[in-house]
Design a protein around this ligand. Structure first.
Ligand SMILES: Nc1nc2c(ncn2[C@@H]2O[C@H](COP(=O)(O)OP(=O)(O)OP(=O)(O)O)[C@@H](O)[C@H]2O)c(=O)[nH]1
Ligand SMILES: [Mg+2]
Length: 464
């Protein structure tokens, strides 16, 4: 992407395209008021330049020739007290592709430029309104698929994580400044901390960083979700379970074995955690139709990718050899929850024998018809993916970028400590400490490259 100009005026539709109650068009930049003023005609005949910041005005959008386009509400935010830190107007017009598109066209003709994805937030970052971790949190909040993902994102947006990073950085900065002063003025008899004192302080920072890194697995699970695959023989109730967890009839269900052939997937929220739930074709040895075989191949592929397997059997019929085929296809080293479905019907499955084949995996009786066992099932799913404790740390990292920067910092701190212990030269020691410091600065965006910003903001939608 060519380098973005940041001193021009941008415009975009900030709401999803399509029909809706209202749509919002956002304009930001130095010529915002001049451009909007060409097309906006307030009901109260006031001058645009006199509108105070943070006020809303009723009026009409008209073409330069005077043709009315829509009746709108226009909000004004004057720099620096706005989302981007620049002059902003937000036009609330009637939701609809034609009206919204037309107003945006007028603004573009009036000299605004189409905003790139995330450009409003990028400007907010570049103007110092938010740091990089908060910009990422905004994106996570928009994309949050569950209550917990939302909770973590809103905490990061409020700045708890940035604050933590900054505290760690400031501590390193203070040690660094101390060592530098000693390096620059070795003859001044500055009071110097002992190596032991410095090592102790470095260890505290490294320990904190390590704790954040350890929390990453859980954090990324909260942000990106876990893939849970439903598997079993044909007709055991896989699609019924899929629908019941989704609480709508998404997959076809029938009394005929072989109903599902394609892989279906949907996001669900279990105990606040996002789960990518996958319904698959049944596994059987007697499938001859090429379509059935394709379905089974796709099912096996999904099973390989599963982070959690929901293995379901029909407890109203006895076990047979076909169950052996499914058992062989499941990787019991990964988390597996075994579900004996159709517990509302007379039970014919020998549970003791079945349990002996399952490598001590948890077995639960459920009915997708009556929802018996569902509360326990949801609890077990949450436990299987998160361990016993499902509480969140107050500072939780969720992004690989954060983990990588913290890892670099931790490694540089280990080297700093080793050099100090071995009484290496001060130059070498401060060089390593500086590497750790820079990793933390990159994390919050105190130092950044345009390429990094391009990667981060490309994930955003246009208008944010
Ligand atoms: N009584 C009872 N019937 C159930 C239950 N769960 C599913 N069924 C019935 O079992 C039959 C098969 O259900 P599906 O959900 O289509 O089974 P499936 O495992 O997806 O089947 P395939 O896609 O063919 O592999 C349907 O007639 C369902 O109504 C249950 O808990 N109790
Ligand atoms: Mg099915």
């Amino acid at each position: 992407m060519p380098e973005l100009k940041m001193d021009d005026t941008i415009a975009a539709i900030a709401t999803p395209l399509g029909e809706g109650g209202i749509s919002v068009i956002r304009v930001s930049g130095p010529k915002t008021f001049e451009m909007a003023g060409k097309f906006f005609h307030p009901v109260k005949k006031a001058n645009f330049a006199d509108f105070p910041s943070h006020t809303i005005h009723l009026g009409e959008i008209r073409t330069l020739e005077g043709a009315a386009i829509d009746e709108v509400l226009l909000s004004i935010f004057r720099q620096p007290n706005s989302y981007t830190g620049e002059d902003i107007v937000e036009i609330n017009c009637h939701g609809g592709m034609a009206v919204t598109g037309r107003i945006l066209d007028l603004l573009i003709c009036g000299g605004a430029r189409h905003a790139e994805p995330g450009e409003f937030t990028r400007r907010a970052f570049l103007n110092g309104k938010i740091d990089l971790t908060q910009a990422e949190a905004i994106l996570d909040l928009i994309k949050a698929k569950s209550g917990r993902s939302m909770e973590v994102a809103i905490r990061q947006l409020a700045g708890t994580l940035s604050q933590k990073f900054k505290t760690l950085k400031n501590e390193l900065m203070s040690i660094y400044a101390h060592l530098e002063a000693y390096l620059d003025f070795p003859d001044e008899h500055l009071e110097i901390y002992s190596d032991q004192e410095i090592i102790k302080r470095l260890e505290v920072v490294r320990g904190e960083i390590q704790k954040l890194i350890t929390g990453f697995a859980r954090g990324s699970m909260i942000r990106d979700g876990v893939m849970a695959v439903i598997t079993g023989k044909p007709n055991v109730g896989k699609s019924s379970l899929f629908n019941a967890l989704l609480e709508r009839d998404r997959a076809l269900v029938s009394e005929f074995p072989g109903t599902t052939r394609d892989r279906l997937e949907e996001w669900i929220d279990i105990a606040g955690f996002p789960i990518r739930l996958v319904d698959t074709a049944g596994l059987a040895s007697n499938l001859n139709h090429p379509l059935e075989q394709m379905g089974m191949a796709a099912a096996r592929q999904s099973l390989n990718q599963a982070e959690l397997t929901l293995y379901i059997v029909d407890s109203s019929i006895p076990l047979d050899e076909e169950d052996g085929l499914v058992l062989k296809a499941i990787d019991f080293k990964k988390p597996v929850l075994v579900l004996m479905n159709k517990c509302d019907l007379p039970q014919k499955l020998d549970e003791e024998k079945f349990a002996s084949l399952l490598e001590n995996k948890k077995i639960l009786r459920i009915s997708t018809k009556t929802r018996e066992g569902f509360d326990q099932m949801e609890k077990n799913i949450a436990e299987l993916i998160l361990g016993k404790s499902v509480e969140l740390e107050s500072e939780q990292i969720t992004r690989l970028r954060h983990k990588n920067s913290l890892q670099e910092a931790a490694e540089a701190l280990t080297r700093t400590k080793d050099f100090l212990t071995r009484k290496e030269s001060f130059e070498l020691i401060t060089l390593e400490l500086k590497t750790a410091l820079e990793s933390l600065q990159e994390l919050i965006g105190e130092v950044y490259s345009e390429d990094l910003l391009d990667v981060i903001f490309a994930e955003f939608c246009i208008g944010k």
